[in-house]
Ligand binder design. Sequence first.
Ligand code: FES
Length: 107
Amino acid sequence: MSTIQVEGKGSFQAEEGRKLVLVLEDNGVDILHRCGGNARCTTCRVEILEGDAGPIEQVEAELLAKKEITDPNIRLSCQVRVHSDLSVRPLMTASESGLEPGGRPQE
Ligand code: FES
């Protein structure tokens, strides 16, 4: 298990290998995931404050580049699989944006 600390929400345990977006959602963080976790929208993005979010795969790198998101600490939580302790800041939530979160990403 890894400890995921979320700014303003506290910390919780997460099984290794789970998608970060689902860990957040299942622990009460109303993170957006407007494309359903398919690396198309970037609304699930988080800032990694501490810890190693793992390697960035091509699909994530391409979308971030296309959207001109160049900060290496910004990651798509639908593409991050938890494998160690992390401290994160969600950047787009349903409550703050007024948007529907989107379809639940697959496990
Ligand atoms: S990029 Fe759309 S949910 Fe992650």
